[in-house]
Design a binder for this molecule. Structure first.
Ligand code: NAD
Length: 490
């Protein structure tokens, strides 16, 4: 079968907040790379919109700087950079007043032509999402097909998430709202779906009969310095678990959809979220904060709040109440200033039912582990038990079948950044890798009672050493069940 890329139609992409951090670090480099890959239609146009008083040239100069900073020199041929910059223009627009909207409309209307896709990327603070959506609709530039793109935080709790969904739905039907969770744009995460649904091997063992447990780790080595004030309002549960970790869990646990269509996939993810069991707050959830050590600041120092009880680490045990997963623990763990930056899902299978090698130097029964590494070094490994070569009995050892993509597929395969895939999916009108409003609400409906119970108890987070694997209680969470976390190692 010949694989083919779905073509991208001509488009106008308006980036609100085009002078901000997300636009500079991610969106502009992602769009440049798509043009360089030949995927950008020649008449594609990108309109920067933000409050700063810039003209087209000023914005292009900023974009050129962003490319220099965030795209390696080897990927920056001058003619490609020039071609990209020529697609850019800029309009100064204020989200909260009428200023700039008629100019933006004029820029967009100057480029009519058949069925151009129009998309609005709201790369701005969440408080602007609803006002900008209203003005896009009110000024008529959204048309009947315009799409709007937003990213976390999508609410602070269930009530605020509902309010945001309600506000957006006044102006954009659900089929035109693209809620990004950039983890879903990562190659390995999509590969997880290929692995499960394009291979006959795993589905028969993908259930409580064969899976011992699942571990999902999203560890960061950096602290919150620089954005501590913002972070302290949220914490790891809201900032990471509500979106990235639960999305990964959904892809591992969902039933096979009948087809790979947006609502088919999202319906199945929603069922997982609704079947999540509530952990015991006292014994199955651990919250942590890093302490000061060797001249590095503590979490509370970084947050600028000595009394902070916000968690920058959380580890928990949950489960999924359905036939496939009944009794299988799902352990989730995420935190700042841990030993390494790594995101990984590990499906740990049960050991064989009867072990015949103990008298042969084979030690205890081993467990197969399917590890899906989301970052860095995207890839998949399958831990197998094999015989150590040589005479002298059945000495067994663990060895990985390793599909680190960069090694397996060769250096010519470059793994695109998640935003490259996601922005092009918006233009193509493919919502499969975007969260639907009811998914976001279902995730908050599970998170809210956990946070409420913490607040009621008023317990302080456990402290952990920077560069460690988190608080001792998190290790105990697994040890008590006779299991252990996989190492956080790069
Ligand atoms: P930022 O503060 O760096 O940039 C904000 C942008 O909004 C600027 O271009 C600014 O000019 C514009 N802006 C501010 N007030 C405006 C107004 N009244 N009218 C029009 N434009 C206005 O923010 P950021 O870090 O780029 O984040 C943007 C959004 O993306 C936020 O919702 C953030 O939570 C989310 N996000 C950011 C990152 C990241 O890596 N930076 C990652 C995930 C999600």
């Amino acid at each position: 079968m010949v694989a083919r890329t779905v073509p991208v139609p001509p488009f106008d992409l308006v980036v609100f907040g085009a002078t901000g951090d997300l636009a500079r670090r991610k969106l502009i480099p992602a769009l440049y790379r798509r043009l360089r890959a030949g995927q950008m239609p020649t008449d594609a146009r990108i309109v920067g919109a933000a409050r700063s008083a810039l003209d087209d040239e000023g914005f292009r100069a900023q974009a050129a700087e962003a490319l220099e900073e965030f795209v390696p020199a080897a990927e920056r041929e001058q003619n490609t950079v020039d071609a990209f910059l020529a697609t850019l223009s800029y309009v100064a627009v204020d989200a909260m007043s009428d200023s700039g909207w008629s100019e933006l409309r004029a820029v967009l209307e100057a480029r009519t032509g058949g069925d151009r896709v129009r998309a609005f990327y709201l790369s701005v603070a969440p408080r602007f999402f609803a006002p900008i959506a209203a003005r896009i609709a009110g000024s008529g530039i959204g048309g009947s097909e315009g799409r709007v793109v937003i990213e976390k935080p999508l609410g602070h709790d269930l009530a605020s998430a509902r309010e945001l969904n309600d506000e957006l739905s006044k102006h954009f039907p659900e089929c035109r709202v693209y809620r990004i969770d950039h983890y879903l744009g990562k190659e390995t995460v999509q590969n997880l779906m290929a692995l499960r649904f394009a291979n006959a091997l795993f589905e028969p063992v993908w259930n409580a009969q064969h899976v011992d447990h699942v571990q999902i780790t999203v560890a960061e080595s950096v602290g919150v310095a620089g954005r501590g004030g913002y972070y302290d309002q949220n914490g790891a549960m809201r900032d990471m678990v509500q979106n990235h970790l639960l999305q990964l869990l959904c892809l591992i646990a969902m039933e096979p959809p009948s087809q790979f269509g947006p609502d088919d996939v999202r319906d199945e993810k929603l069922k997982v979220l609704r079947a999540l069991s509530m952990p015991d707050i006292r014994s199955e959830v651990v919250r942590g904060q890093y302490r000061a050590a060797n001249g590095t600041a503590s979490y509370v120092d970084d947050a600028g709040n000595p009394d902070s009880t916000t968690e920058c680490f959380v580890a928990m045990k949950t489960g999924i109440a359905n036939w496939r997963w009944a009794g299988v623990p799902f352990y989730l763990r995420t935190g700042k200033r841990l030993r390494a930056r790594i995101s990984e899902i590990a499906v740990v299978f049960k050991a064989v039912p009867h072990w015949i090698f103990s008298g042969q130097g084979g030690g205890d029964a081993h467990q197969n582990v399917l590890a899906i590494r989301v970052q860095p070094d995207e890839g998949i490994t399958l831990g197998m038990t094999i015989k150590e070569p040589g005479p002298g009995g059945m000495r067994l050892l663990d060895a990985d079948l390793d599909m680190t993509f960069a090694e397996r597929l060769g250096p010519s395969i470059s793994i695109p950044d998640a935003y490259e895939r996601l922005v092009m999916d918006v233009i193509r009108g493919d919502q499969t890798l975007f969260m639907r409003g009811d998914e976001v609400e279902a995730a908050w409906a599970w998170i809210d009672p956990i946070i409420a119970a913490w607040e009621e108890r008023g317990a302080r987070p456990s402290l952990y050493d920077p560069g460690s694997s988190g608080p001792e209680d998190a290790l105990m969470l697994m040890h008590r069940d006779g299991r252990r976390w996989r190492e956080i190692a790069s």
